[in-house]
Write a protein that binds this ligand. Sequence first.
Ligand SMILES: Cc1ncc(C[n+]2csc(CCOP(=O)(O)O)c2C)c(N)n1
Ligand SMILES: [Mg+2]
Length: 270
Amino acid sequence: MSGIVVVFDFDKTIVECDSDNWVIDELGFTDLFNQLLPTMPWNSLMDRMMMELHSHGITIEEIEKVLHRIPIHPRIIPALKSAHALGCDMRIVSDANMFFIETILKHLGIKEYFSEINTNPGYVNEEGRLRILPYHDFNKSPHGCTLCPPNMCKGLIMDRIQDSMSNEDEKRLIYLGDGAGDYCPSLRLKERDFMMPRKNFPVWDLICKNPLLLKAEIHGWSDGEEQEQVLLHLINKIEMDKNSQFISSDCKLQILSVSDALPKVLSVRP
Ligand SMILES: Cc1ncc(C[n+]2csc(CCOP(=O)(O)O)c2C)c(N)n1
Ligand SMILES: [Mg+2]
């Protein structure tokens, strides 16, 4: 393990579009979706739309086929492979849902790279209908964060990730995201961490309003190619920092041993 935890948003960070919109648009339900959107929260609407798909005879297999075709930049998978090979602990924090994310990751053969997927529950029920539920039950216990949608506060998830990291002080986090929901977790990052916002996307605009609110170093990216370059550069930089710390502590040891030896050396001189 490299001591680096990389937290990825999913939609428009790993895949190139919003998986929710991709499924609705590809199956021809955009008009109904837009009609219902003003009447309920996004996450509840996705559950409702899955009911609509089911009642129109659309099967789980058809939804899976659409998910298998989701666009992804050609450098994303090589970037994830490299980060994994370099020993990074990689996790997902997403406001999409478990069914969509697992279906896509399994199809791409990259599910095993991630140690954790934090997202809204999504599962196929006994009638063969996809159910999508909120990550936080906002009726029973609202999360109370004013920056985040009612179903998910990514900042709270980050708190848990930071608490779960053993030797927390020695570990360093890199967070990649694009959306407004990625702003709250960016405020949780420490001085030693890195925020990688997608340039000119909502999280970038929010950060630009007052970059000083972030403690972490900010490194933007525009597409999969730049994401790969910046991510591998940061991993490399963290490794170099670690090595230079070792070198400086080795030097201190040498200096100590030289000064210890000095009186003895002096004493054998005539
Ligand atoms: C105006 C407006 N209304 C609703 C939404 C909600 N929304 C859109 S896509 C998505 C999934 C994000 O997944 P990920 O966290 O993986 O990027 C969510 C929660 C929005 N972004 N903008
Ligand atoms: Mg996103």
